[in-house]
Design a protein around this ligand. Structure first.
Ligand SMILES: Cc1ncc(COP(=O)(O)O)c(C=O)c1O
Length: 281
């Protein structure tokens, strides 16, 4: 059985329990983070910690995450994931346990801190090269999706719509702007420019997104951060999603229509190779 982390202790998953009065359970009052480890090495941990701190500060959850990187490394070791090509650590911090109120619990209420680690399996290259399909779904989320809140109901419904449509990704659209996926960021190649939505409060500031922008820049590709109209995306040369558990996933059909030539494009291919190479280094 896997070993998980709960409030300072490492214990078997079955032995980890939380109160029914946890504010994460009752109110989705918490945040989470997902960090990848490549052959046991955490990747861009400081970026993940910065985003976590942004969430803690914005939601005013009092928790010092200084011990989190070491905890991540130990959890990977405890679960014998050091030799896995890719593993992920999921971390969740809620505002703690207290009788249910909408306002904050009494000062001094300890946050609940939970984490688990597991292997992540990349798709076979032959499968990846066939490309994937996506559908557009209205973005019905709240106005601060830059915070990695555990309140993910609209994301759940969007991804369920994708599953029911038999496709890999749900592209969230608000006011005719194609923002991001239900659990990943969106890129489009438009007239040769690698384009993605700016890091505003309308998208999650993906760590993979930032990494992919850097990789594209290093390859000499023009990169632009600007809102992408739905109308533009329908005429894109290439579309792909990025994320910790997505890495780079190319979309070859959107709402049943071919993207570009209906095949995985050269930009997505080159970036995926560079992505894997960079995580090996
Ligand atoms: C809505 C949303 N956008 C983007 C991402 C990608 O972020 P990252 O690259 O840090 O995994 C996620 C990841 O969970 C997400 O939930």
């Amino acid at each position: 059985m896997s070993t998980v982390y709960l409030n300072g202790r490492y214990l078997p998953k079955d032995g980890a329990t939380i109160s029914v009065e946890d504010r994460g359970f009752l109110l989705s009052d918490g945040i989470y983070e997902v960090t990848p480890a490549y052959r046991g090495r955490l990747f861009r941990m400081e970026h993940h910690m910065r985003r976590l701190q942004h969430g803690l500060d914005t939601l005013r959850i009092e928790f010092d995450p200084a011990a989190m990187p070491e905890m991540h490394t130990r959890l990977i070791a405890e679960n014998a994931l050091d030799t896995e090509e890719v593993a992920i650590v999921y971390l969740q911090i809620t505002r703690g346990v207290a009788p249910r109120t909408h306002h904050f619990p009494p000062a001094g209420t300890q946050p609940t801190v939970y984490a688990f680690a597991q292997a992540f399996h990349r798709p076979e290259m032959a499968r990846w090269e066939q490309g994937y399909e996506a559908i557009t779904v209205p973005d019905e989320r709240w106005a601060r999706v830059d915070i990695k809140s555990i309140g993910l109901l609209p994301n759940v419904l969007a991804q369920q719509a994708a599953v029911e449509a038999g496709v890999a990704d749900a592209l969230l659209v608000r006011e005719d702007v194609a923002l991001e996926g239900s659990h990943n960021n969106l890129f489009a190649v438009l007239d040769g420019v690698v384009t993605t939505h700016p890091a505003t409060q309308r998208i999650l500031h993906g760590i993979a997104r930032e990494y992919v922008m850097e990789l594209a820049g290093a390859q000499g590709l023009p990169v632009e951060e600007r809102p992408i109209l739905l109308e533009e995306i329908r005429g894109a040369e290439e579309i792909f999603f990025t994320g910790t558990t997505t890495e780079i996933r190319p979309t070859v059909r959107l709402d049943g229509e071919p993207v570009g030539e209906g095949k995985v494009g050269p930009v997505a291919k080159a970036l995926y190779e560079a992505f894997k190479e960079g995580t090996r280094a």
